[in-house]
Design a protein around this ligand. Structure first.
Ligand SMILES: [Zn+2]
Ligand SMILES: [Zn+2]
Length: 249
């Protein structure tokens, strides 16, 4: 009789039981799994009102309901509203990268809680929650889509319908890390389409897209266009972290 599989199972159970939970960012031992140590926690910049009614850019002063930032006043993005839980900066970058690349998906419930607070209104208004998709080759390499994990966690938390494969990537797009806004727009133009089996479910609905990071919004706008073409009445975006640039006023 082969006891090896049973032994391996109990060994991994034992490891889980012995190994203490680690800070999602720095790996320091913490009390609860999926949490941060005090230092990493206090370095994060959480976002909330007052902010641009459209893109969610934080304002220093409350400018009244419906106020828009300079960029949205000049040209409204294709999505309706965007909100983010955190500023994407030196403090949050490592957290996001570990979630994305280093299998620290035990942070999903914590992140979903932050996002559910930041995007409470968007979630309440949404008929369908859907992640920004990864191309399948990238999915094979990474093994999981961090946006889909967040979408599922937020849906479970707020009792909302999640459709993980609502959108598909028609083609792999180049990594956008070093691209500027117009280059990103070209890179992702037409890259997204509705899943052929899902096209009917979108007409007349409000969609909430979920992603990990918002930089220029080019990806979100490309997704929004595909959804609007299929008849979505609104497309909102909720992310874990967004870049906050100082804008000319
Ligand atoms: Zn830490
Ligand atoms: Zn704005």
């Amino acid at each position: 009789m082969d006891f090896a599989p049973a032994l391996r199972r109990s060994a991994s159970w034992l490891l889980d039981a012995i190994l203490p939970p680690r800070c999602l960012k720095c790996g320091e031992i913490v009390a609860d799994s999926g949490s941060l140590c005090g230092a990493c926690w206090s370095a994060l910049k959480f976002l909330g009102p007052p902010c641009c009614a459209c893109c969610g850019l934080p304002f220093e002063f409350d400018m009244g309901d419906g106020s828009l930032c300079a960029a949205c006043t000049a040209k409204r993005p294709l999505y309706d509203r965007a909100r983010a839980a955190l500023t994407y900066d030196d403090a949050s970058r490592e957290l996001v990268l570990r979630f994305k690349h280093a299998d620290r998906i035990d942070g999903a419930a914590t992140f979903a809680g932050w996002m559910a607070r930041a995007g409470a209104e968007l979630i309440a208004d949404a008929d369908i929650i859907a992640p920004v998709p990864l191309h399948r080759w990238r999915l094979v390499r990474r093994r999981y889509n961090q946006a889909a994990i967040l979408a599922n966690a937020i849906g479970a938390l707020r009792g909302k319908r999640v459709v993980p494969d609502l959108l598909v990537r028609r083609r792999a797009t180049a990594s956008q890390g070093h691209l500027g806004r117009s280059q990103r727009q070209r890179n992702v133009a037409g890259a997204f389409a509705l899943h052929p089996g899902r096209a009917q479910s979108v007409a007349g609905t409000r969609i909430l897209l979920i992603d990990d990071v918002l930089t220029t919004g080019a990806t979100a706008e490309s997704c929004a266009r595909a959804l609007q073409n299929a008849g979505a009445t609104a497309v909102d975006l909720l992310v874990l972290a967004r870049v906050v640039r100082v804008q000319p006023t």
